[in-house]
Design a protein around this ligand. Structure first.
Ligand code: NAG
Length: 480
């Protein structure tokens, strides 16, 4: 009886993953040159993403920009949304702020089971949780270093972390070059890369990058890609994200008519970047888009056709549409609920209903806008099968020399950084702890296997893990 139950459960498990390989479960990504690749197959990985911050329409969960929705407490919210991500056909999401003191296993595992990667932000809206607008070196608080390392330590075990972002749109506040806060951002990136390197025995080399507004384009691109000390290999960001809201004329019918994007391409072609560049937010709004089924100005996402075309792929590694859901508290002044009129902050490809939902007493439900289907169609049509795999780029991009730093930024070592002056205990490295996700085959789950010398894993434990947490626990109950 027990054996047959076991066999039945095992078959159930096999059939649920039949035809799928680890490639379908967001295996670790790696960078060669300006592109991402799957470390499992070596295939090119086009990042087709969406920005995610599920702010409900009303209530306590609307008040800040940095609620960590990605914990067990909010499981009903992200379970609802991951189903939408699957239907939308994205393979990546971008989240902005997390609380590293909380457990994210459930969320990250559910995304992995859906084959979805995540860019995790290291900054947040709290005291000393981000680069400030002070002049360097004070714009980089020592506490931020600790926070960043703590987040990396907690998230390193998830194979589907695509990268960490060391900041979102820093360097907007100051324009005078002598007080520009960009050196703080750069030093923070360097510190985080140093942590990843120091911990290389127990974690993979997860990229640390930076996300910036698409302003002062050349300076910012070169500055974060360059090394003010040419011998310091940790100084450059591992990737660069640009939040780019350029030309989006509803009358444009071909990608050549996206004037601003053609210019963006031309500019980046001239920079000689040696790291991937992602459009970490894109998809601008314009009154010229068509009305569809009673909803004004529905975006057609012609940019997707541009971004994943052969020419653009040489410079850009993919992107994240902004954003999953319209945030009522931001949008409602100019585009009242149900957001069927044009408004400059009606950014979602869908919204939440009912109008007063708060995800505490009244659950929100996701309602797609007509443009949701436009985006799904564009993402589904992306074809990058003509990209060579990583072996080609490993040869092509053998230790490329980063561009020279723009003159106006002082070298990093010309500042006395609080992160070095304030004595701190070194942050511990991540513990070699595999995470086994329900719904993901065992062999696709292992992050870092414990050292061979560690205690042997019992047979029953293996079965439990293979079957995934939920079924496994039921089975364990049967066996004991
Ligand atoms: C919005 O659309 C108008 C009219 O089609 C166009 O002239 C304008 O450039 C567009 N705005 C942006 C930011 O692309």
């Amino acid at each position: 009886m027990k054996l047959s139950t076991l066999a039945a459960l095992f078959l159930l498990h096999l059939s649920s993953v039949r035809g799928q390989t680890c490639e379908d479960f967001a295996p670790p990504a790696e960078i060669h040159g300006r592109k991402f690749f799957s470390s499992y197959s070596g295939d090119y990985l086009a990042i087709k993403g969406i920005s995610y911050y599920p702010r409900p329409n009303e209530g306590d969960l609307t008040v800040t920009n940095s609620i960590d929705f990605f914990t067990e407490e909010y499981r009903s919210i992200w379970e609802r949304d991951i189903e939408e991500f699957k239907d939308l056909g994205v393979n990546a999401i971008r989240i902005y702020a997390v609380d590293p003191g909380k457990n994210h296993d459930g969320f990250m595992c559910a995304l992995k089971a859906a084959g979805i990667y995540v860019i995790v932000g290291l900054a947040a809206e709290c005291f000393n949780c981000a680069i400030t607008s002070d002049a360097p070196p004070l714009c980089y608080p020592a506490e931020l270093k600790r926070r960043g390392e703590f987040i990396i330590q907690q998230f390193a075990k998830y194979e589907n972390v695509l990268a960490f972002s060391a900041g979102n749109e820093v360097s907007l506040h100051r324009t005078s070059h002598s007080t520009e806060n960009a050196p703080c951002q750069k030093k923070f990136i360097r510190d985080m890369r140093a942590y990843v390197q120091r911990c290389s025995d127990s974690m993979r080399k997860i990229p640390i990058g930076v996300i910036k507004a698409d302003v002062e384009r050349e300076n910012k691109a070169l500055y974060y890609n360059c090394r003010s000390d040419p011998d310091d290999e940790l100084e450059n960001a591992d990737f660069i994200g640009i939040n780019s809201y350029l030309h989006c004329d509803g009358a444009a019918t071909g990608i050549d008519e996206l004037v601003g994007y053609s210019k963006l391409l031309e500019d980046y072609e001239s920079f000689g970047m040696t790291v991937p560049v992602l459009w970490t937010e894109f998809g601008c709004l314009n009154e010229s888009f068509e009305e569809v089924e009673g909803y004004e100005t529905q975006r057609n996402f012609l940019q997707v056709e541009a971004l994943y075309s052969k020419t653009y792929r040489e410079e850009f590694a993919g992107g994240f549409v902004f954003e999953y859901s319209t945030e009522k508290s931001m949008a409602q002044d100019e585009s009242p609920y149900p957001f069927d009129t044009f408004g400059p902050d009606n950014w979602g490809v869908g919204h939440f209903e009912p109008e007063n939902c708060d995800d505490v007493t009244t659950p929100c439900e996701y309602e797609r806008f007509p443009e949701w289907y436009n985006l799904a169609e564009k993402y589904a049509a992306v074809d990058t099968s003509d990209e060579p795999n990583k072996l080609f780029y490993e040869r092509e991009w053998n230790d490329p020399v980063p561009p020279t730093c723009p003159d106006e930024f002082p070298p990093l070592d010309s500042f006395a950084w609080p992160s070095e002056l304030v004595p701190q205990l070194p942050q511990e490295c991540p513990v070699e702890m595999p995470v086994f996700c329900a719904g993901v085959p065992l062999e696709c789950n292992v992050v870092t296997l414990p050292p061979v010398s560690s205690a042997p894993v019992s047979c029953r434990w293996i079965v439990t893990l293979t079957l995934g947490t939920a079924i496994g626990q039921a089975l364990l109950a049967l066996l004991v």
